[in-house]
Design a protein around this ligand. Structure first.
Ligand code: SIN
Length: 479
């Protein structure tokens, strides 16, 4: 792992410090120990990275799809070869259990492999002409410099989901990783360098001042596209900043995922799906279940089994074998989760499990279950980002659809039923970009990931994921 712990940013193929030499500490959220420090970069370094990416774009855009695919495939191979070291680094800086971290590294690598293959399928069209003296065609071309602004909760996969399609399309990239987790970004880029990706094609700006760096990346005229994963308020700010130069913007924002269990569901399967969808990464994913709606007729049985399963989750340091729930990312996150639970109890929710910090360490929160939650409570409208289940009851399909949709968010939703007609009714009625139907894990590189409403725009992964990095040019040829 030591070779992959890097302490400098990466601009124009050089490993560099901040111009003023300032650094920011990267801390293990499980132990509070310092891992290393990275440059605390700002406006000037961000501008330099954009200029470098723009210069590199002039050559990279002229490479063939096959050349780019070969380099991306090499990068993929190196990530897989180093999966163990990357996973340990990921657990150390982000906290998620090693098993999940290892899964994320392979999931992250899969986007590089997928888009290496997709690079060769960027087809244009020949269009039947409306005029006998014309011939019409379209070609697709890389959009230009991309700013990839990525979050701390998936410090490998959220980078590859953006950089994979960008590079495959022929774009160059400036990455601004999450402030809490810059090390995975640097390690990934080190492997890209080893794979032979030319200088300037991928750059990383580390910082403790996201607003300063973000402002440059979202306003600079040489940046043509911004791809952001993170909170809805920051997504709205990015849209506003990017408006003046009319950049293409993809946003993967917050969620408030309902998980609906009907009375005809396979209850054991629903319990398993709910636990994994709620508690993976200690509840810190955008697609984590946020609200569980349980049908009255099976409520007691579901709750008994679910409570047993949640109680059995093992809390601890992610590097300790068997750990299933790691720490929250930082103290602020811990305080937010604690306050949400406290307010919900004050507003009438019943605490049936957990409800306090865990003895393991300062940023660990006990797996928690709150029953008797209603839409009148604040917690029903917040993205929880913590190991808390909020349980609502229902007894009518139309009513639960209305309640599930009654949110500005629309990323992921889940439901469990054995009724095939209901599967279609629900699939058409739920206003979400991704549905888990009798399934709690929905992420894969081959399917489109993204939300509707205030959960964002654009789709990542799948055959659609490369479109946002391409412009369509129409050629009208007079003959
Ligand atoms: C996210 O939380 O934004 C990503 C989750 C995933 O890809 O599964």
């Amino acid at each position: 792992m030591a070779d992959l712990v890097l302490s400098r940013g990466f601009i124009n193929g050089e490993w560099v410090d901040a111009i003023d030499g300032k650094q920011v500490d990267v801390v293990n959220p499980s132990t509070g120990e310092l891992i290393t420090s990275v440059p605390d970069m700002g406006k000037e370094e961000s501008e330099a990275a954009v200029v470098a990416a723009h210069a590199a774009f002039q050559e990279w855009r002229t490479t063939t799809a096959k050349q780019r695919a070969v380099l991306l495939k090499k990068w993929f191979d190196l990530i897989v070869e180093n999966a163990d070291a990357l996973a340990k680094l990921l657990t150390t800086e982000q906290g998620k259990p090693y098993k999940e971290a290892y899964g994320e590294v392979l999931y992250g690598a899969s986007f590089i492999e997928w888009f290496a293959e997709e690079a060769k399928r960027i087809y244009g069209d020949v269009i039947p002409a409306a005029n006998p003296n014309n011939r019409y065609m379209t070609i697709k071309q890389p959009i230009g410099v991309v700013a990839a602004i990525t979050p701390w909760n998936f410090p490998v996969a959220m980078i590859t989901r953006k950089v994979g399609p960008a590079l495959a399309a022929g774009c160059t990239v400036v990455i601004k990783p999450g402030e809490d987790t810059p090390l995975c970004a640097l390690a990934m880029v080190k492997l890209a360098e080893q794979a032979g990706i030319p200088k300037g094609v991928v750059n990383v700006v580390t910082t403790s001042r996201p607003a300063v760096v973000g402002d440059v990346l979202c306003r600079h005229p040489l940046v043509r596209k911004v791809s952001f994963t993170g909170s809805t308020p920051v997504g709205k700010l990015i849209l506003r900043q990017a408006a003046d130069t009319v950049k293409k913007v993809s946003l993967e924002l917050g969620g408030n995922a309902p998980f609906i269990v009907f009375d005809d569901a396979d209850i054991d399967k629903a319990v398993l799906g709910a636990v994994i969808s709620k508690y993976r990464n200690a509840g810190q994913t955008c697609v984590c279940t946020n609200r569980l709606y349980i049908h009255d007729a099976i409520y007691d049985e579901f709750m008994e089994k679910y409570t047993q399963a949640v109680k059995a989750l093992s809390v601890g340091d992610g590097l300790v074998e068997g750990t299933e729930i790691g720490p929250l990312i930082n103290q602020k996150a811990f305080e937010k989760v604690a306050a949400l639970v406290q307010t919900a109890i004050e507003q009438g929710a019943t605490l049936t499990l957990g409800g306090a910090g865990h003895d393991y360490g300062a940023q660990f929160y006990q797996p928690t279950i709150l029953a008797d939650v209603t839409e009148e409570m604040d917690i029903a409208h917040q993205e929880l980002f913590g190991p808390i289940s909020t349980i609502f009851r229902f007894n009518d399909e139309q009513d639960v659809v209305r309640r599930a949709n009654d949110t500005p968010y629309g990323l992921a939703a889940y439901f469990y039923t054995r009724d095939h007609a209901r599967v279609w009714r629900m699939s058409e009625a739920l206003e979400y970009g991704i549905l888990g139907i009798n399934e709690g894990i929905i992420s894969t590189e081959v399917a489109p990931f993204g939300g509707v409403k205030e959960s964002g725009s654009g789709r990542e992964g799948s055959k659609y994921g490369i479109d946002d990095y391409l412009e369509i040019k129409y050629l009208c040829h007079g003959i």
